[in-house]
Design a protein around this ligand. Structure first.
Ligand SMILES: Cc1cc2nc3c(=O)[nH]c(=O)nc-3n(C[C@H](O)[C@H](O)[C@H](O)COP(=O)(O)OP(=O)(O)OC[C@H]3O[C@@H](n4cnc5c(N)ncnc54)[C@H](O)[C@@H]3O)c2cc1C
Ligand code: FES
Ligand code: FES
Length: 1284
């Protein structure tokens, strides 16, 4: 539609450059990053900046140059050093985030040929990656800094010397990097310069059917336009207006685009302060302030420094480059970070309209939108005056967000106090808070009352009470976290109090702290490195790639954007687009459906398919589908669809389900020893409960399917982003009532899956196939991020009850465990997940008397499904929690309790499977050693003695992870290998590329077995045509079992070739193949692996449940800010028993990526539902996965040396999932820090911390006077909470 043409760069690209990816559509993920270059005719400067193309109105780009990843480099021309290094350093896994990562770095390097690490991490703030854990990306980009010796290798600085690299990973060889070639960079097109010059004086008007875009050239014209169209937004960055249009469907008939007007870009330094044009971007403002601050006396720059502090962490670089100061001020989001600071700094807005100019203060009344303090409809902001601070002024800024960077604040604040000269008597004071309601608010009355007071503890105490009284936050306030937000109000105030005290140089004696303690935790200084302990056998032939860190088979294509994902498949003739209508109720009968008769704005061919749903059992359930000529039309059709419901009582939580006896399947139970006797022999018994939240998969590529009817015999091609093509085939065949042999499923690659694309894609494929069948036309169906998050469910939320008996010396004698998972509304994989929870609860511990009884709860939430680790991340954390509690109760160190109770040597699991724990103990000891646990623990304790408001914590956690499935048939695998007459080899197998590098490993195996160079072997796609009935790619065993099948096929072929080779041993591979062909020897073979034998008997609770175990240990150290709940991951050391890794780069990548995903699960990712069961967290704005800022400053991964796993191929181990659980070492390090806080505050005894340990939970657990103040002021529980 025309709105779409004006607005979406990605959708409007007729040129079909699909390298730029679409991950969220709201500026939150960075997958769509492009570089915009503009020419400024007056200054004759070319500017480059990164931008989120999903928010870029296409009209705003007139006379700009847009560089997409294809323009940076390609395999057809030349691959750019950024792309090449990212691929060679293993910086891509699924590759879906990779083009965005390349573009952010490219834009940075265009502006700063030799950036600092700080600039690099800032440039990547706005780019999310769900696979890699960022370490390899940072490592790659580090090679462009001046860090390390002889490292001048930026492509933009002309010097290119030795590539001696500061990277220590040993996983790539910087010597191999291509030399730098500055001539490769694109030149700003001269015709655009000419255009910019010529058009300087021409108004640009773009007219669509419903929308007009006007770009005036001078202020007078702008003001006339504004008078003519007072309601038209002035669109600059579109980061606020764009979101409203996308989210709320707001329509604007006219847009005024004022960015060509010089008055709006002015930057001038006056006697009293800075004047900044309203159209200056936030990135420009930051750069201006960074330049100005060091040039001015310190006392003048307090406001500027406070602004800078906010600007450095606000949003990502792409948004900072787009968003304008004027837009920021006028859109007045309650959590926008600059407004409170600008307001306390007494900034002034210069306004203009056709009727003249005037100035108004940017104060709380303006921010509240009071009519007499606001812009008039015909007025615009020309510039903003930000005054210098005075000598007796103190200005501070605070913000606390759910993620350290690229997340809007939960609460922010600007605070200012002015003292009577040379005293500590308050003359004036101003405090504004954002995030407490719909607008930024002022504690105006409180400040008034404090004027004349001295800056001391009594004043602070009263100030806290006044502020809490004045800034109201109802217990059911939207956004929840009410107690936490109220605590932040006073915690910030306290921080301000200390900062000012420090400034006044007037430490009050006897105050129990040092000022530095309350200052924010420093930002990351990234010093990652890892050490690898895998050398291949020196006698291994150099061409044999097994065991070597071979680059991902698609690495370069990821980085150039050439890798094709499902939705990148070119438009198919006559294709239609599908969108779905989903239930808005958790549990209800459908009374009627109807298509709202108001005419649609365009000619829309809408085909509506009601999918026979009479009752809905969760919000987000697909009810019917709409098919139309374009994706936008299909969505408009969805909006016109109305459903009337009759509500039924929903069950939402695990507690509700327990109460209503609402379960799937039977109780799963295992028991060993005699539990009653065990409790009798205990000195003490503790009981408790823990909640562990769910997790969104947040794969960067949303679910996507393209169904193409072949037109004969009911045949259909289904291109689908799935982990289980056979299931898709089976479901589609069933739905269409055709034989499976007619349905051909194809998956080239998947942009991340993590278990989330096992069961769900079949549903989407069925919906699309039904529509394709009805219309006889191809159907494309790609979910928006919010739909994907709404519909697909995630990791199961968990609730566990425990009763644990132990002796005073820390031996656990008995444990009675009851785990529950919230399965949601359908069975999906939940029965298997609860089985795994039960089977894996022991983790690394021998509990002599143990009973575990698990249930999967049936509720009215979207159906939860498989997720990396499959129940173990929950059950393992649960176990480690009660182990930690035993430590607290006995007063013994945590690591002692772990050591005492750990499996040693050969043992039996609670279900009587044999277990050799030798490597578990080795990993533990090696991790202790490598992390220097004891000396660092002492250092942590020392730090904690010195610091009251900041604490450090350290924890070391062991792991036993069982690989694979507890059913033999899930381990079978097949492969098909063809050798063509030119000697080239095509390998295919049942495994799907999810980013885990399975094809890379398969090619390595084929190369070794056939004894041909890797370059001879190719992989094309996974398809149900080539390998039938393949098992799902999951459970960490994809490479294991498919590897065996590929090996088998290659060995069969090699055997067939042997007589020919023996006859002509000196011949070349090609000669042998020609000869084989001539002798009519078949050059194609299928390989098969029957699978690992397992048998678990749930009636007896005994059996061989898993093929083998992976062991590991991780030690993490953190620092927390007790006043805000902020935390920093300082260092992590992981030792993993990966045995002989087929590809250490891939395996390390899996360990690191999974670990960071685990850090997300346990410390920040929080799914929120309304009390009616509606999911609130539906995008990167509300759901925070780890970003670059969240990984440990020092991150070391070691593979346990000299370990072998005889049952698997080449003695490898599947380690795709195991690392995730080790993320809980961060959780327990935080626990350790919180324990130190509580102990110091006199809160002895045990306590429970639920997962995720978010800023809110950390802060509230660090109980102190401030949390007490907030609790005292509490309500009586008589309210309707915002969230469940
Ligand atoms: C992904 C994302 C993350 C973000 N994170 C943060 C964050 O962490 N902290 C934070 O503070 N903010 C954050 N923001 C918000 C961001 O700061 C604002 O959206 C932005 O500053 C608005 O500027 P803009 O130029 O894009 O406004 P636009 O969307 O272009 O315009 C917004 C409004 O301002 C009006 N306007 C613009 N210029 C003028 C003018 N000169 N005179 C009169 N009216 C004018 C327009 O009419 C319109 O109504 C985030 C936004 C996004 C999309
Ligand atoms: S798609 Fe644009 S930022 Fe996510
Ligand atoms: S590689 Fe970054 S999201 Fe997959």
């Amino acid at each position: 539609t025309e709105n779409q043409q004006l607005f979406s760069l990605t959708a409007a690209f007729a040129v079909r450059l699909s390298g730029t990816k679409y991950g969220c559509g709201i500026g939150g993920c960075g997958a769509c990053t492009v570089m915009i270059s503009t020419y400024e005719p007056t200054s004759k400067k070319i500017m480059h900046y990164p931008a989120n193309s999903c928010l870029l109105p296409i009209c705003s780009l007139h006379s700009s140059a847009v560089t997409t990843v294809e323009g940076v480099g390609s395999t057809k021309t030349r691959v750019h050093p950024i792309q090449e290094r990212l691929a060679k350093c293993h910086g891509s896994q699924c590759g879906f985030c990779t083009p965005g990562m390349v573009m952010s770095m490219y834009a940075l390097l265009r502006n700063h040929p030799e950036p600092s690490m700080e600039q690099i991490t800032a440039a990547l703030d706005g780019n999310l990656c769900r696979c890699t854990g960022y370490r390899p990306i940072i490592d790659t980009y580090k090679s462009f800094t001046g860090v390390g010796r002889k490292t001048n290798r930026s492509p933009f600085s002309k010097v290119s010397t030795n590539f001696e690299c500061s990277m220590h990973s040993g996983l790539c060889n910087p010597e191999e990097f291509q030399p730098v070639d500055p001539t490769q960079e694109f030149i700003f097109p001269p015709e655009l310069m000419r255009m910019a010059q010529e058009q300087q004086k021409r108004t640009l008007v773009f007219r669509g059917e419903r929308t007009t875009w006007i770009s005036p050239t001078n202020l007078r014209e702008l003001l006339e336009l504004k008078a003519m169209y007072p309601k038209a937004p002035l669109i600059v960055g579109n980061t606020s207006v764009g979101l409203e249009m996308k989210r709320d469907g707001v329509h604007h008939p006219v847009f005024i685009h004022p960015t060509r007007i010089p008055d709006l870009h002015v930057v001038s330094n006056t006697n009293n302060g800075l004047v900044i044009g309203a159209a200056c971007s936030l990135a420009q403002l930051r750069d201006i302030l960074m330049k100005v601050v060091p040039e001015l006396p310190e006392e003048k720059t307090k406001i500027f420094r406070a602004l800078l502090q906010q600007l450095k962490t606000l949003a990502g670089e792409q948004i900072r480059s787009l968003a304008s100061l004027g837009g920021h001020i006028v859109s007045r989001g309650s959590t926008w970070d600059l407004n409170p600071v600008l307001a306390v700094g007494n900034s002034v807005l210069s306004l203009a309209s056709k009727d003249g100019t005037r100035q108004i203060p940017l104060n709380d009344q303006f921010l509240a939108g009071y009519e007499n303090a606001d812009l008039k409809p015909k007025e615009i902001i020309v510039s903003v005056f930000i005054p210098y601070s005075k000598k007796d002024d103190f200005v501070s800024a605070f913000r606390q967000a759910e993620r350290r960077r690229n997340a809007v604040s939960v609460v922010n604040s600007g605070m200012r106090v002015l003292f009577k000269p040379n005293t500590d008597i308050i003359m004036d004071m101003n405090i504004l808070y954002g995030g407490t309601g719909p607008i930024t608010v002022s504690a105006r009355k409180s400040c008034q009352r404090l004027i004349g007071r001295q800056w001391n503890e009594q004043m602070l105490d009263e100030a806290c009470k006044l502020v809490l009284g004045e800034i109201s936050l109802s217990p059911s306030a939207p956004g929840g976290k009410v107690e936490y937000r109220r605590t932040l109000l006073v915690s910030f105030l306290f921080k301000f109090y200390l900062e000012v005290l420090y400034g006044l140089n007037k430490m009050v004696s006897g105050f129990p702290l040092l000022v530095d303690n309350a200052l924010p935790i420093s930002v990351l200084s990234l010093g990652y490195h890892i050490l690898i302990k895998q050398d291949v056998d020196p006698v291994q032939p150099p061409q044999d790639p097994v065991g070597r860190p071979i680059m991902h088979q698609s690495g370069v294509k990821h980085a150039t954007g050439e890798a094709v994902y499902c939705n990148d498949i070119r438009a198919v003739d006559e294709e239609l687009f599908l969108a779905v209508v989903t239930s808005s109720r958790a549990h209800a009968k459908i009374v009627t459906y109807y298509l709202n008769i108001t005419p649609l704005p365009y000619t829309v061919t809408v085909h509506l398919y009601v999918l026979g749903v009479l009752q809905v059992i969760c919000v987000g359930q697909i009810v019917c589908a709409v098919v139309a000529e374009s994706a936008v039309q299909a969505k408009q059709g969805v909006e016109k669809m109305k459903i009337e419901y009759e509500d039924l009582e929903p069950i939402l939580t695990i507690e509700d389900a327990i109460k209503h006896n609402s379960y799937f399947g039977k109780e799963k139970k295992i028991e060993q020893g005699n539990i009653e006797e065990g409790f009798k022999s205990a000195d003490e018994i503790i009981e408790g409960e823990i909640h562990i939240g769910g997790q969104e998969h947040f794969y960067l590529e949303t679910n996507s399917v393209l169904v193409v009817p072949r037109g004969e015999d009911n045949e259909m091609d289904v291109h689908v982003s799935t982990q289980d093509a056979a299931r898709v085939q089976e479901f589609v065949a069933l739905a269409l009532d055709v034989q499976s042999s007619k349905i051909m499923c194809h998956t080239k690659r998947v942009g991340g899956a993590f278990g989330g694309k096992i069961t769900k894609p079949a549903i989407f494929a069925v919906v699309a196939a039904v529509a394709a069948n009805k219309t006889g036309r191809p159907i494309r169906f790609t979910l928006e991020r919010d739909e994907d998050m709404l519909i697909t469910g995630g990791r199961h939320p968990f609730f566990g009850k425990y009763k644990v008996g132990f002796t005073n010396d820390g031996r656990i004698t008995a444990a009675d465990i009851e785990p529950y998972i919230n399965a949601g509304c359908t069975l999906d994989d939940s029965e298997m997940v609860i089985e795994y929870v039960v089977l894996k609860t022991d983790n690394a511990y021998k509990i002599p008397n143990l009973r575990i009884r698990g249930r999967a709860c049936k509720t009215n939430l979207p159906s939860n499904t498989a997720f990396r680790g499959f129940g173990f991340p929950q059950s393992g954390l649960f176990t480690e929690s009660w182990i930690t509690t035993v430590a607290t109760q006995t007063g013994l160190p945590q690591e002692k309790i772990r050591e005492i109770n750990m499996y040693k040597e050969v043992n039996l699991t609670p279900f009587k499977e044999e277990l050799d724990a030798t490597n578990l103990v080795k990993c533990w000891k090696e991790c202790m050693e490598k992390s220097e646990y004891y000396s660092r623990k002492t250092a942590v304790e020392e730090f904690n003695k010195q610091n009251y408001w900041k604490k450090k914590g350290i924890a070391i956690i062991p792991m036993k992870f069982s690989v694979g499935f507890n059913a033999t048939q899930y381990h079978q695998a097949a492969a098909l290998v063809h050798i063509y007459t030119d000697g080239s080899v095509l390998v295919t197998h049942g495994g799907i590329e999810l980013g885990q590098g399975i094809h890379t490993k398969m090619l390595q195996i084929a190369s070794r077995e056939l004894k041909v160079p890797l370059s001879y072997v190719h992989f094309c796609e996974t398809s149900t045509i080539t390998v039938p009935n393949a098992i799902v790619t999951a459970g960490s065993i994809g490479s294991d079992v498919n590897g065996k099948a590929v090996q088998n096929a290659c060995q069969i072929l090699r055997k067939r070739l042997e007589p020919i080779i023996n006859k002509n041993p000196e011949g070349k591979w090609e000669d042998w193949i020609t000869e084989a062909y001539d002798q009519s020897v078949s050059l194609s073979a299928t390989g098969y692996f029957r699978g690992y034998m397992v048998n678990m008997n749930w009636d007896t609770g005994e059996g061989q449940a898993f093929p083998y175990f992976v062991f590991g240990a991780a030690c993490s150290e953190v620092e927390i800010d007790c006043l805000t709940g902020d935390h920093k991951n300082i260092r992590t050391d992981i030792v993993m028993d990966a045995c002989f890794s087929i590809n250490p780069a891939v395996d390390i990548g899996q360990i690191e990526g999974a670990f960071v995903q685990g850090v997300g699960l346990y410390t920040m990712e929080e799914i929120k539902f309304s009390p009616e069961g509606e999911q609130y967290t539906l995008g990167p704005d509300t759901y925070k996965i780890p970003a670059v800022c969240d990984i440990p400053e020092q991150f070391r991964v070691y593979l346990l040396p000299n370990s072998r796993n005889p049952i698997a191929i080449y003695s490898a181990k599947g380690i795709g999932e195991a690392g995730l659980f080790l993320g809980c070492s961060v959780f327990f390090a935080i626990w350790d820090a919180v324990a130190a806080v509580r102990k110091e505050r006199g809160l002895t005894g045990t306590f429970t911390l639920n997962s995720p340990l978010t800023i809110e939970r950390i802060r509230m657990a660090c109980a102190d006077n401030f949390t007490e103040m907030v609790r005292l002021d509490d309500h009586n529980g008589l309210f309707w909470p915002w969230n469940l």
